[in-house]
Design a protein around this ligand. Structure first.
Ligand code: LLP
Length: 426
């Protein structure tokens, strides 16, 4: 037995997760298949917890919204960052308490704001329009809603442009220089209690410098707002900590993040004389490396490249296509055989961009082999689609040699379930 990476081990040439042979799972449940290791979720959560012992950790439900995952995190004491009514509904159902949920989003509907007020969660308000709508809704319902404003700190996260969220030009948040005025306005509005401040600068960030810059800018605002008379109970500095998808591209750990963020936070709040709660919203770090996507090889084709056609594509893992992301690939049934040839692993989707892994050196690949794409736990299933008429696959949760199905595979009925053919076409 040897360890590939973190919790991934090889026994008898087979990749195992949580002491379960992944080739047996593929036989039993079919492919494609997401397999998640429960123990790794807890380890990752505890790494955050230990790095930030006094903070609240709000898991970003968008990374992986499976109920079992959120249930595990609820049990560990996580709160949640939700970005839609759907995520709110699922987080509550999984047992995350309403007073540990922040409803984020740059374009919330009236219905979503109503649900936020009814369920008593906090709201991160993203625009003046939203502030006034929320005030009217809360006033109508006869409740007061605790809010933060999402600040756009104009910080470059030095990550992929599509996941940089704190640049001046991004759609998120209120420009830092307009923040004081909007809090002043909020203090006067019925149904609104401004109790926090929020920012998030991007995702898959591999350098701690942008976090320091954002923390300093936020704490400048905290000072200004306190002077204005806002009683800040929480400061949510978002998340964005990257993970090491690729060898040679290391990522900072939660401890590295704490080493740079906590001194800024603690010094500044003691200088101001307040004691708000620090909130962090990690998604990728908690879930990314907990999960693999298993895909069966349908064909090996020798053309301009040697293409390995598998049964999962960007319908199930869109990150390589959408952000040119790297996901390490290996053969789950030949995990420790010597690598001998370069292959490009492609999905079954009718698009040239449906490439899961470019030019990877692998052991000899043949039809029937099982490819494992690693680090597929964050923004994997949660970004999946039914494109090309492909029902989504199942999800399995493993722990200490045992496994459970946590989501059944869809079938063709799930493709047509909500559709209707008008009578005139029958
Ligand atoms: N909080 C807010 C307000 C966010 O917008 C996000 C992610 C998070 C927390 C969690 O960030 P994390 O810890 O996961 O970096 N689909 C992309 C990532 C999009 C992230 C969007 N916001 C990907 O697959 O790389």
């Amino acid at each position: 037995m040897f360890t590939i990476k973190n919790h991934l081990e090889v026994r008898n040439h087979h990749l195992t997760l949580g002491n379960v042979d992944t080739t047996e799972l593929a036989e039993k449940f079919g492919t494609p298949l997401f397999v998640t290791n429960e123990s790794r979720i807890v380890e990752n959560f505890l790494a955050y917890r230990n790095a930030f012992p006094d903070a609240d950790i709000y898991y970003a439900a968008k990374a992986n919204g499976s109920l079992a995952v959120m249930r595990i995190l609820a049990r560990e004491g996580a709160g949640a960052d939700v970005f839609s009514y759907g995520e709110l509904y699922m987080a509550l159902l999984a047992g995350i308490p309403h007073d540990k949920i922040l409803f984020n989003g740059n374009s919330k509907t009236d219905f979503e704001l109503e649900k936020a007020v009814e369920t008593g969660v906090r709201v991160s308000v993203d625009s003046k329009d939203e502030l006034h709508t929320l005030s009217a809704i809360a006033d109508d319902i006869g409740k007061t809603v605790n809010i933060a404003f999402r600040v756009n700190p104009d910080v470059s996260a030095k990550t992929h442009p599509k996941i940089s969220t704190g640049l001046r030009t991004s759609k998120f948040g209120i420009p830092a220089e307009e923040v004081t005025a909007i809090y002043r306005e909020a203090l006067q509005l019925p149904g609104i209690n401004p109790t926090g401040i929020h920012c998030h600068i991007g995702s898959q960030i591999l350098d701690t410098a942008p976090f320091i810059e954002a923390a300093e800018k936020i704490m400048d605002l905290v000072e200004e707002l306190t002077r204005l008379g806002v009683n800040l109970e929480f400061v949510d500095v978002g998340s964005g900590l990257g993970i090491p998808y690729e060898k040679g591209k290391p990522a900072p750990t939660p401890h590295d993040l704490a080493d740079v963020v906590l001194p800024v936070f603690n010094d500044r709040i003691s200088g101001i004389g307040i004691s708000p709660k620090l909130i962090l919203e990690p998604g990728r770090y908690i879930m990314g490396d907990t999960t693999i996507l298993l895909a069966r090889v349908n064909s090996v084709k020798h053309a301009a490249r040697t293409f390995v056609g598998v049964d999962a594509g960007f319908n199930l893992l869109v990150r390589p296509t959408m952000y040119d992301s790297y996901h390490h690939a290996l053969l789950a049934n030949k995990a420790d055989l010597p690598a001998e040839k370069t292959y490009t692993i492609v999905g079954p989707i009718c698009e040239t961009g449906d490439i899961l892994a470019h030019d990877r050196v692998l052991p000899h690949v043949e039809r029937g082999d099982l490819v494992a794409l690693l680090d597929a736990g964050a923004y994997g299933f949660s970004m999946s689609s039914q494109y090309n008429g492909r029902p989504r696959c199942a999800e399995i949760l493993v722990k200490d040699g045992k496994y459970d199905i946590i989501r059944d595979a869809e079938d063709v009925n799930d493709l047509i379930g909500k559709q209707k053919i008008p009578a005139r076409l029958l």
